[in-house]
Design a protein around this ligand. Sequence first.
Ligand code: MGD
Ligand code: MGD
Ligand code: SF4
Ligand code: MO
Length: 756
Amino acid sequence: MVDPEAQPQIHPPKTWATGVPAIASSFKQGLEQMGAARTARTFLKLNQDKGFDCPSCAWPDPDPEDRHTAEFCESGAKAVAWEATTRRVDRAFFARHPIAALHAQSEWWLGQQGRLTEPMYKPEGGTHYEPVSWDEANAIITRHLRALPSPDDAAFYTSGRTSNEAAFLYQLMVRAYGTNNLPDCSNMCHESSGHAMSEQIGIGKGAVTLNSLEQAELIVICGQNPGTNAPRMLTHLENAKKNGATIVAVNPLPEAALIRFRNPQNVKGILGTGTAMADDFLQIRLGGDHALFRAIAHLLLQAEDANPGSVVDHDFVQERTTGYAAYKASLATLDWEQTERATGLAREDIESLAERFMASRATVICWAMGLTQHQHAVATIQEVTNVLLLQGNIGKPGAGPCPVRGHSNVQGDRTMGIWEQMPPEFLDKLAKEFAFVPPREHGLDAVGVVRRLREKSLRVFFGMGGNFAMATPDTPVVHAGLAACDLTVHVSTKLNRSHTVTGREALILPALGRTDRDETPRGLQAVSVEDSQSQVHLSAGSLTPPSEHCHSEVRIVADLARQLVPDVGQIPWATFAEDNDAVRDRIADVVKGFDDFNTRVREPGGFLLPHKPRDSREFDTKDGRAQLVVNPVQVLEVPEGRLLLQTIRSHDQFNTTVYGHDDRYRGVHGGRRVVLVNPTDLHRMGLHQGDLVTIVSEYDGTERRAEQFRVIAYPTAPGCAAAYYPETNVLMATDHVAEKSNTPVAKSLVIRLEKA
Ligand SMILES: Nc1nc2c(c(=O)[nH]1)N[C@H]1C(S)=C(S)[C@@H](COP(=O)(O)OP(=O)(O)OC[C@H]3O[C@@H](n4cnc5c(=O)[nH]c(N)nc54)[C@H](O)[C@@H]3O)O[C@H]1N2
Ligand SMILES: Nc1nc2c(c(=O)[nH]1)N[C@H]1C(S)=C(S)[C@@H](COP(=O)(O)OP(=O)(O)OC[C@H]3O[C@@H](n4cnc5c(=O)[nH]c(N)nc54)[C@H](O)[C@@H]3O)O[C@H]1N2
Ligand code: SF4
Ligand SMILES: [Mo]
């Protein structure tokens, strides 16, 4: 296991995705980590009815009768191999490695050591983690939390892999303890989508299903790299294409999968040249999408004026929306010079995309982090929704907004109440169901927690999964703030950086993963998850757990709650600890759309949650109509000699987990400290491929530095650069956030490159 951090090798970017190398890569990872028998056994259960849900992304599964034997992709296989590894991190490992030595290792190395096997504790002044019993661990947490002047001095983070059942119990415990400090990874991810869409259509979730997607006439994919981050989406795009859909990619990077796709699940896909995926590729400048969609709307309205009734769906707009007149007035004229500057696109390219909108009777727009992680993200997503609403592209087959979620259950966790600002109706129901008084004041979101860490005023940090120390902005500030806590606790499957950035005392609590069998005195347990398109289904692992001391997240929460809040309300924690059906019965009482949960979740494929705009074109907004909203365009101005930097995922990582050092489709091999820059910009800056540079970000008069990056000449949009996360989180400023959603800006940092 050599950490090949040395000099990366650069090959030309690929112009197609998947096919044989993807299959080879999946099995290589599996065989290395698990051996042949376990690999075959595990992969055959992945995403199958009565099997387990892929722990990687949130892309939905087809109906059970339409599933393949291998209903997964390379990314899913890597995530499974990573979790189901036979390597172990036990007490001997922690005795051998002082925490400081672990801290010096890379993310990749930490992730390679294997599964955590028992609770570990770092006492005050300790240099090593030491074994501790579950009872003692819970007593330590309880002692600290009870000693706090206010429950608001603790924060309880959730990453989106947590099951519905565990998430529901977790928020219940935290609210019973007395705080709404429930930040989650969604705060850094699709918060902007949720915020934008809730205001406009009354719900923050996507409004298309897989079947519907395949009936679209036009699919626009903005700010998303599905070939790496939601690979099976490509199969459905390919089907849509076979049904006659036009696909347009809007991206600063020519991502391989958006250009050409080889489907590994059919023989022609393996051998043949594949499907040309995108009919058009608009190489947009970072942050230019708001201006692009304003221009599209302008052109649609202009065409409508020229030929009334030809473009706008007037029945829909009149009966179901508010704000048309003001919206139309705001688009009477368009500043084309500003539009071209903001988008980096030529007017003809925008006009030709507008024509595709006009020609389509059913349009889907998909997006991910390329839209959500900008200062103007909420306005951008609202403009996307405006354009869909104008043509009535919601609540009919083949049409609608399709935000593609990240973590496999990030959407479900939110549905279960993991949010620092759950609405009063939810809290009322919780209060009634469990006979206690939940706190009403909004809690801290992820950036709120970072601000408390910055002022060193947070006392206890509790992480339900995830890697808060690396996923957040301003890495050194976060690390110093965590180190100043009285106690840090992490419920995890594997070692990561957050375990090496310890509070005065620290705990690691080992959890079962999706692949593990969960057997309690009440029998085998299954959990449930909600995918990106609101389908809820069961997931049950079948592998023997890494150790008898690994507990399910459900049990971890319930056992802690029995010590922490035994007398708050009437909550049967002991039953919850071993019976997920009992938890689901209570979710059915509290959470909308979950009636008869235990029965419906056992139907093959589970059940679809209600979604008024999708199901009946009804909108839970202030006036019961969808809102067309006006937001002024902002052009990201970049001073001379600077670039806009986006921080992205390579093909060999899952967020802060680094599986390997190749980014195959982009042609980067053997290293991650690289910055991709357009050749004309390099030439202008006097830099050459392979030069070693320091990336310096400039925000609000402050500078942040990331050293030892190699420059790669890459066909990204001019004026733009790209580098991998989390190595570049040191460049992000805590206060640089999206308006309204408070999401850290990860996709448009003003930077300069200094030759080392
Ligand atoms: N294998 C794998 N799968 C994953 C993950 C992973 O790390 N690895 N992470 C999961 C998670 S939590 C998430 S949120 C998703 C993330 O999925 P993505 O959003 O696809 O992930 P990113 O790598 O952040 O890629 C952002 C994409 O948007 C483009 N982009 C950036 N800025 C702009 C812009 O201003 N305009 C436009 N039009 N495009 C832009 C980038 O070039 C890139 O293609 O993936 C999930 N799935
Ligand atoms: N610069 C920059 N920063 C970003 C982003 C970006 O694009 N650029 N993206 C943001 C986004 S979209 C997201 S979602 C966040 C992600 O932030 P997080 O969700 O906090 O980070 P992950 O890397 O997904 O967390 C991985 C860890 O989760 C633990 N884990 C894995 N499986 C399980 C499980 O089943 N149970 C438990 N208890 N633990 C488990 C493992 O210990 C693993 O190390 O990062 C954000 N940060
Ligand atoms: S598309 Fe996402 S959920 Fe499906 S197998 Fe691949 S990584 Fe897993
Ligand atoms: Mo995410």
